[in-house]
Design a protein around this ligand. Structure first.
Ligand SMILES: *Cc1c(COP(=O)(O)O)cnc(C)c1O
Length: 403
């Protein structure tokens, strides 16, 4: 029996090597099933998942809430076309505006697409209100997605020379340096876009003081302020939205990842003064697609009803303290993050080795930089699962003699 499974898996892997466009080195296994904090491969091996589909599966793998919403909506209406309203779309948009500082929502399918909408809106604002200003200031080491414009917006040094020519009109400034931000503003500037905690960049938080000054600069020069909360949104940092930690108001916010709990879904949220698109400016075949709307509605309701942001904060503190307890022994440095978006640095640049070693013991963790390990489990993670993660992590650190 197990020999047969192994054979089938090796056939699947052979097939993958022939037919999947190569874009990433992937481990030699095929994922088949998920439940709660766990994934299983085709060999029946179980993995404790502290990547959570890259901060996506906020309710765990294949939760009842999503399965039920999918089944119910699939029996009613899967797609009507973006030309019509549908019921879950209206209900979902109201849920988001009722629970945030925003007035209007545009739905899309991926984070990059929501950010594209935000950038288009910023340029529209430049056209209408700032004499044609088009430049957007973004942050070095930020991540905003993989469309051509979002690769241009992203402040990742390695991407600089890729796919030239880049989309013009983005200026990158260092995080938490208000003088650099101010110096980058010129008559062509129409917006500033940033992450409150840089996710892909290795979990680096914006300073509150800096953020207040950025808000002031935006007020002074009439710039649109955009928060990319694709990774920080929907409870992950211990608040429903990370901007709530700072008590400041923002003009535009993008959501993705956790908003669909694994279903492809994203959103662009704006305040009424920026409800300025005209017909033809923005759209998309799957904008407000009923199936996605039903799932998003169910996911966000669940996060709010079950107060999962509070749980995320508690469990985040528990992980933080557990890591602090082992930090001295293994020379782990710079424990950081908010809620369930956490990271630490290793004493050596051996992140990918540690990821592979943990994988062997059935633990999934992420290394966004060679020295950095990032944890972003589902919001439903339990203390027992955290203890199990720490135990596997310590075993792997011991074997690799990292300390
Ligand atoms: C993941 C991510 C994106 C891109 O989202 P996609 O769904 O992959 O397009 C954009 N911004 C941030 C902060 C992200 O973490």
């Amino acid at each position: 029996m197990s020999l047969q499974i192994a054979l089938e898996t090796s056939q699947l892997l052979d097939e993958a090597k022939k037919s999947i466009l190569f874009t990433a080195a992937r481990p030699e296994l095929v994922m088949e099933r998920g439940e709660g904090m766990y994934l299983w491969d085709t060999e029946g091996n179980r993995y404790l998942d502290f990547i959570g589909g890259w901060a996506v599966t906020c309710l765990g793998h294949s939760p009842e809430v999503i399965r039920e919403a999918l089944n119910r909506q699939a029996g009613m209406l899967i797609n009507s076309s973006p030309s019509f309203y549908n019921k879950p779309m209206l209900e979902f948009a109201s849920l988001l505006t009722d629970n945030s500082c925003f007035d209007r929502v545009f739905f899309a399918s991926s984070g990059a697409e929501a950010n594209e909408g935000a950038i288009k809106l910023a340029r529209k604002h430049g056209q209408l209100n700032l004499g044609g200003a088009f430049e957007i200031i973004t942050i070095i080491n930020s991540f905003h997605g993989r469309t051509l414009a979002m690769m241009s917006a992203t402040g990742k040094q390695q991407w600089g020379p890729l796919f030239a020519p880049k989309v013009p009109g983005f200026k990158h400034v260092p995080l938490n340096d208000i003088d650099a931000c101010q110096a980058a503003i010129n008559p062509n500037t129409c917006a500033i876009m940033l992450e409150l905690v840089q996710g892909e960049g290795g979990v680096h938080e914006v300073d509150a003081e800096y953020l207040y000054k950025v808000r002031e600069l935006c007020n002074e020069f009439g710039l649109m302020l955009i928060f990319d909360e694709i990774q920080t949104g929907l409870g992950r940092t211990g608040k429903l939205f990370a901007y709530e930690h700072y008590g400041i108001e923002v003009d535009v916010m993008t959501l993705g990842k956790g908003i669909g709990g694994g279903f492809p879904l994203s959103a662009l949220l704006v305040k009424e003064p920026y409800n300025i698109f005209e017909p033809g400016d923005q759209g998309g075949t799957y904008s407000g697609q009923p199936l996605a709307m039903a799932v998003g509605l169910a996911v966000v309701k669940e996060i709010i009803d079950k107060k999962l942001s509070v749980h995320a904060e508690e469990q985040g503190n528990y992980i933080y303290n557990s890591l602090r307890d082992i930090a001295r022994k293994y020379q782990l440095k710079q424990l950081r993050g908010k809620g369930l978006l956490l990271a630490f640095d290793l004493p050596e640049a051996r992140g990918s080795e540690l990821v592979s070693e943990c994988l062997k013991d059935g633990l999934l963790i992420n290394s966004p930089k060679p020295t950095t390990i990032r944890l972003m489990p589902s919001l439903i993670v339990s203390k027992e699962e955290i203890d199990a993660m720490i135990q596997i992590l310590c075993g792997a650190l011991d074997r690799l003699q990292i300390s």
